[in-house]
Design a protein around this ligand. Sequence first.
Ligand code: BES
Ligand code: ZN
Ligand code: ZN
Length: 485
Amino acid sequence: MNIVPSIMATKKSAAKNLRSTVTKVYLLTTEALKDSKITHSESIPEWIIERIGDEKEVSILGSEGPIIFKVIDTQSQEHQHYNLIADSNYSIAREALGSLVGSIKKERSKKVEINFFGLDEEMVTGAIVGLELALYRYNEELSHGSITFLDDGKKVKKSIADKALAIAQSINTARHLVNLPANLLNPVTYTNAVKKHFAKSSTMKVVVYDEKKLEKEKCGLILSVGQAAANPPRIVHLKYRPAGAKGKPTAIVGKGITFDSGGLNVKSGAGMGVMKKDMGGSATVMGFATWLENSGVKKKVDIYLALAENAINEHASRPGDIYTSRNGLKVEIGNTDAEGRLALADAMDIAITQKEKPEVLIDFATLTGAAKVSMGDFVTSMFANDDELADKLLRASQANGDLSWRMPLYRPYYKGFKSNFADMNNMSKVKGGSIGAALFLEKFIGDTKWAHFDIFGWTSGFRPSLVQQGGSGQGVETLIGYFKN
Ligand code: BES
Ligand code: ZN
Ligand code: ZN
């Protein structure tokens, strides 16, 4: 099972039947167009300049083949979303080039030359990321010609292109993991694939908690979630310790329910339809880990995948059952479909009780339907118990076109978890589902600085760079942005 898709832009194309033409793409900013900085041999006819305005696109036939122009207007109103959220130039460029992949492919040229004018390094990076994201497909190899990138007529530096491709590959890894169906990806096959992936790594060590170790560690909650599945739960700990790393580690935890049937509180047909994506949080952190491995980041990072399948058989947990968490809290099951918080709780407790205690813990989880209802596909609900951490993450999310919005950890709602038989219930009787779920998790974080991202992880495909519907890689760029500065 391949969990890391190959980089398409640099892949020697095995495509047949390509035409011996060159497709030239010109991606320019409105400023570059005004300055007529375009010094390429293909002069742009007057009529085109008149026709292309804000992010409009024109194709003509040049002497060597098709020419596609696209002008990016970063000031356009559609990129401004009032006080806290606006599209960064990085993300505008990402979507702009991503949107051209369809036309580029259609031309079937042996050579594709992509020319940037007026784009700064961030925008060039974004554009290359967007192209690579748009080239990803779950199972078919797209045929396209060899691709070269030019900035103001000069070849884009290899270091810049490589950095962009590494970002794109980590996002595509997260997308691909989500797209893998649950009959292939279960807690055991997932663990083995991750182990194999990092087997030769010099920076990333893999430590696996199998069902016996989870038992020994008293991880009663994650074990209860997986107790009806053919493949038992796992917590996978990825320890990133590059040479020269100093200071306290950062812990990152991902919800990895490889399939969420709901358990005995079984989901409806429609609700269960895409529940292979319920390991989306773990896919985000695993995508990030593939970037981190070769990033040169000199910080200690501990990544945890909390893997289980929420299935149904005679061993399934029941409403009213009481299980004890690793940190000793008794939890009554009010709803077997609120399983993500259970799996995360034990993984978070492992994270904060390590010998090398983390300073910060960040978790990603497809935790509630409520987060999807309020925020939709592309904005993540983020909760944090520390303002500085929240601001840093929000800045990283905004700059990297992976938007999130801070939600309140409004304490009075915790009352909804009251249980007559245990320390708490796993389902709240109070409305505000994503706030409640975050308040449940807060009981397992101790005094650690903490941020929680309630992601959707999936797209129906109207974002240009995500032409392949399915896993969206939500959260990966936020994490990369948080660590790269
Ligand atoms: N995995 C789901 C949440 C989910 C559903 C995320 C749809 C994205 C899309 C989670 O395990 C769940 O079922 N949560 C319940 C909790 C409820 C039973 C308290 C929910 O949100 O309805
Ligand atoms: Zn559920
Ligand atoms: Zn779930």
